[in-house]
Write a protein that binds this ligand. Structure first.
Ligand code: PNS
Length: 161
């Protein structure tokens, strides 16, 4: 079975992420959505919640597994027996950081490929940070998030404000 690992912070998972996951399933048989703790980014949702939200947003996509991962990505990918790391590219501005990360991961493991998929142009502007900003001022979220994820984000914002 071909397995692709789609790693990220997913704070929270957006429709843009789900779009990349759905596209990946045209190329690999299983996509593992690997949720990183990433305390450096001070996520709004804890790791368990981010995994839960990613499961909600992908539950209609067959061939998707969601799980947390810790430590070095390349080691996790190897452990998981996956063939590739999947990352979404939205705009040129993503490229430099993604390029650095892909080359660093390749340095750490020569056998590993990173596969970039272009998000649909509909979501090419979308980031979790921007969605959180919209939510924090009471803006509509249905364009950006699965309805259940949107409700959870609103509740989380209320708790923290
Ligand atoms: O959604 P993000 O925040 O862009 O995801 C970044 C992520 C989780 C893919 C990256 O920080 C990562 O791979 N972290 C695991 C630690 C690691 O292996 N770092 C080296 C590659 S940058």
């Amino acid at each position: 079975m071909t397995i692709g690992i789609y790693p990220g912070t997913f704070d929270p998972i957006t429709r843009g992420h789900a779009d990349v996951i759905a596209r990946s399933l045209h190329v690999v048989q299983q996509v593992v959505v690997a949720v990183a703790p990433n305390p450096r980014k001070a996520p709004l949702f804890d790791l368990k919640e981010r995994v839960e939200l990613a499961k909600i947003a992908t539950r209609d996509l067959p061939g998707v597994v969601v799980e947390p991962f810790d430590g070095l990505l390349v080691e996790y990918v190897r452990r998981r027996g996956a063939q590739a790391i999947i990352r979404g590219l939205r705009a040129v501005s993503d490229f430099e950081h993604e390029f650095q990360m892909a080359l660093l991961n390749r340095k750490l493991d020569q056998t590993l490929e990173t596969m970039f998929l272009m998000a649909s142009e509909e979501y090419s502007y979308l980031t979790s940070s921007m969605v959180k900003e919209v939510a924090s001022v009471g803006g509509p979220l249905h364009h950006f998030l699965h309805p259940e994820v949107a409700e959870r984000l609103k509740a989380q914002i209320r708790r923290t404000q």
